[in-house]
Write a protein that binds this ligand. Structure first.
Ligand code: SF4
Ligand code: SF4
Length: 345
């Protein structure tokens, strides 16, 4: 049975019919696991909030293909997308979907520990770090269960680490990476704040050797902005980290991506972050509009997306995108927001 209260909480009408012709791949190729062990058939729990099973009580193999998993898949195949959060899912908003080709899990997204060495205001109200106690113990149990499943998994799969906390700061993720089975079919993708990369990447050589993508979230392109938005981070240390990541990229050939969450205090540095991406040899720079995760009391003040100054900076960014004529700069949520405002006025 679906958890209707959860859908009500997110304002998702489960009786809707979006009549989408394309088939989103995520319920077929992705499983996301959260810190309670709940599994989801999407890349974001706020987009498709129904759990398809819990790893504390069932094995991953049992959860994949369960009745609830099938129900989520059917809601995509029939085009209704009735369980999806149409106001948040960026694929529904942009109309561009990864299409399901075969029904095999290809992406495992781990959100099993929210420990981080920073306390960015856009993400949390205070420090979260589990080194012992029940959250830590559960995280370790989940990490071991996931590694056990991976050990027996024979198909190509990419394990994404770090959407909730920092993979190199978290003791749970470090344990996961140290224990991960050495199998040619398993590749990794890491999202980090980059501050502990230099110190810790040598401790997990197998993961770095099989790294497909390294993303660094860096919401400032100057010392002042960076240290204000990445609370607890030091500008000099992130520059050292970026240099080290650029060197490792040359050695191992992974895709190196910078992520920049555009908000009131940094929109004036959108072009500067592109310069940084070019300077450190990144493959891509992603700029995304800030989302409300309920951690900021004054979130409404972040809404600068209809101001003249922001729009003139967005215009310069778009000109730069046209000039480069490649996909080095990605900013789909900024563009869809600009279109939304234009249609509204
Ligand atoms: S359409 Fe969006 S919310 Fe629905 S399954 Fe795909 S990615 Fe998730
Ligand atoms: S670095 Fe990332 S995970 Fe850590 S507090 Fe900041 S936004 Fe959250």
């Amino acid at each position: 049975m679906i958890n209707q209260r959860l859908f009500d909480h997110y304002g998702i009408d489960t009786k809707k019919n979006l009549q989408i012709q394309q088939s989103c791949a995520r319920p077929f190729d992705t499983v996301l696991i959260d810190k309670q062990g709940s599994c989801y058939a999407c890349e974001c729990t706020a987009w498709l909030p129904q759990s398809i099973g819990n790893l504390q009580v069932k094995g991953l193999q049992e959860i994949i293909g369960s009745d609830m998993h099938r129900l989520m898949q059917d809601s995509i195949s029939d085009g209704t997308y009735r369980f999806c959060n149409q106001s948040q899912c960026s694929y529904i908003r942009s109309g561009l979907f990864y299409q399901a080709t075969e029904q095999k899990i290809k992406h495992l997204r781990l959100a099993i520990d929210d420990s981080c060495n920073l306390r960015c205001p856009s993400c949390r109200k205070g420090m979260i770090f589990h080194k012992e106690g029940s959250a830590y113990n559960l995280g370790i149990r989940l990490a071991d269960k996931i590694n056990e499943w991976l050990y027996n998994h024979k198909h190509p799969i990419q394990v994404h680490i770090g959407s909730d906390g920092d993979p190199f700061a978290s003791h749970v993720y470090r344990h996961f990476m140290e224990q991960t089975p050495q199998r040619d079919n398993i590749k990794y993708s890491i999202l980090t704040n980059g501050l502990m990369f230099k110190e810790f990447h040598t401790k997990v050589p197998y993961v770095i050797n099989n790294l497909q993508e390294l993303g660094v979230s860096i919401d400032g392109a100057t010392k002042e902005t960076y240290e204000k938005l990445r609370l607890g981070g030091k500008w000099e240390k992130i520059l050292e980290g970026l240099e080290c990541m650029a060197e490792q990229k040359q050695k191992y050939g992974f895709r190196f991506i910078l992520h920049f969450v555009v908000q009131k205090d940094n929109y004036h540095e959108m072009e500067k972050i592109i310069d940084m991406g070019e300077r450190y040899g990144a493959d891509r720079v992603w700029l995304n509009k800030i989302e409300d995760w309920g951690t900021m009391d004054d979130f409404k003040t972040q809404d600068i997306f209809n101001t003249d100054e922001y729009n003139s900076r967005l215009d310069s960014l778009i000109q730069r995108i046209h000039k480069r004529d490649d996909r080095f700069i990605e900013c789909p949520t900024l563009i869809s927001e600009a279109v939304r405002y234009k249609n509204k006025n």
